[in-house]
Design a protein around this ligand. Structure first.
Ligand code: SF4
Length: 392
């Protein structure tokens, strides 16, 4: 079973519910269920994902009771006496959001892309890359497996900008997943019409992961030929208006990026009303025009996570797996101790994982998924992080 616990509904106002996790109260948006006080739900990313029977919830909570308070103590201990930048960020994270931590699954369903971003290994000009597309039913089966057998409550469906998946195919995929599994579905499919995104929202998708990559408009245009920063920002704003949870952010260490750019990147992420900050290191891919530039240091990335946390005490900050490429042993742990409070686990079928080659040396590729989940949960336990929802 994955890392999630049910909470009790203790308040309802319109479609916002207050959910109690052993005395900690979090708000969540409820679009899909008829709920009453005293009932139990799973929530993820500030969103009610599933209603659970009182009997089932109470039996799960019984097994969690002792551990939940132990985890709180461990986290509090690790967050005390802040002296360094990272420790201050960890202290603030604990003070404002407690020890809650989200784990999302991700399925990378196609490595075809019509774009040619200079930093990306699956850009269309990379002719050395073997391309793949998962069939709609294969994606649905993967999502159902993630929810039912692995216990995930939130899933990102990611691809390059691959228009082979037209509106009909995407609607069919989301419909089928929603018929069979309770998941917060987050789309990471690039720039599409707002009309398309509206259709997918109506079908049941509720999150969009779309980074703006850099707030520097001229750098953006250099790195993403034929694209403009203002279009992406406009799209993000419109998607927020549609009702989507917005996961966005930037790349750290891009060639030509300045410290001022990074400060602006953090500000822009916050100003978009971002629900999940998602930023990670630029990792040079040898089959791209930026292949010879250096990656940033682990410290550079950690200090940006920490500064983001200090400037945005209540933010959900994703620790990306790219951080583990900079430090395989401790990247994730250090990210969580520098202000991060969310993770993603790759659930792409093993035969495709190596082909989603956005950057080299991705960690966890072809590792047994149960082992990966176990080691992640072990890490979270050691840091005192609990799977209560982070709330709205
Ligand atoms: S960054 Fe995204 S849009 Fe750009 S080439 Fe890679 S997958 Fe395509």
């Amino acid at each position: 079973m994955c890392y999630a616990i049910p909470g009790k509904v203790v308040g309802i106002k319109d479609n916002i519910v207050t959910v109690d996790y052993f005395g900690e109260k979090k708000k969540a948006k409820n679009d899909f269920y008829s709920l009453e006080r005293g009932e139990y739900v799973y929530a993820q990313g500030g969103f009610v994902v599933q209603k659970v029977s009182i009997q089932e919830a109470e039996s799960i909570l019984d097994t969690w009771k002792e551990l939940f308070f132990q985890l709180q103590k461990t986290d509090l201990k690790l967050a005390q006496n802040p002296k360094t930048l990272y420790q201050r960020a960890n202290y603030i994270r604990n003070k404002y959001l407690g020890n809650a931590c989200c784990i999302h699954g991700i399925i990378e369903f196609s490595n075809y892309c019509r774009c040619d971003c200079l930093y990306c290994g699956i850009r269309k000009s990379n002719s050395e890359l073997l391309r793949y597309r998962m069939e709609p039913d294969e994606i649905v089966n993967g999502a159902v497996e993630a929810a039912k057998n692995l216990g995930f409550k939130a899933l990102v469906l990611q691809s390059g900008e691959d228009l082979w998946y037209d509106d009909d195919k995407l609607v069919e995929i989301i419909n089928k997943i929603r018929e069979k599994a309770a998941l917060l579905l987050v789309l990471s499919i690039g720039e599409r019409d707002v009309k398309t995104y509206k259709k997918l929202y109506k079908t049941g998708a509720r999150g969009v992961l779309l980074r703006f990559e850099t707030s520097n408009a001229s750098l953006y245009q250099k790195l993403r030929p034929k694209h403009k920063l203002e279009d992406r920002i406009e799209l993000l704003k419109k998607l927020r208006e549609v009702g989507y949870l917005i996961f966005t952010g930037f790349l750290i260490g891009l060639p030509g990026q300045t410290k001022e750019d990074i400060d602006n990147d953090i500000k822009l992420t916050a100003s978009l009303g971002t629900d999940m900050f998602s930023f990670g290191p630029f990792l040079p891919h040898p089959q791209t025009p930026l292949g010879k530039y250096p990656a940033p240091s682990l410290d550079a990335v950690l200090s940006i996570i920490a500064n983001t946390r200090l400037a945005n005490p209540e933010a959900k900050i994703l620790v990306t797996t790219a951080l583990e490429t900079l430090d395989k042993e401790n990247g994730m742990k250090f990210g969580l101790l520098a202000g991060g409070n969310s993770l993603m686990i790759n659930l792409t079928p093993q035969k495709y994982q190596r082909l989603y080659d956005i950057y080299p040396d991705r960690v966890g590729i072809e590792e047994d998924i149960s082992r990966r989940i176990d080691s992640t949960i072990k890490l979270l336990h050691s840091l005192g992080r609990a799977p209560a929802d982070l709330g709205l």
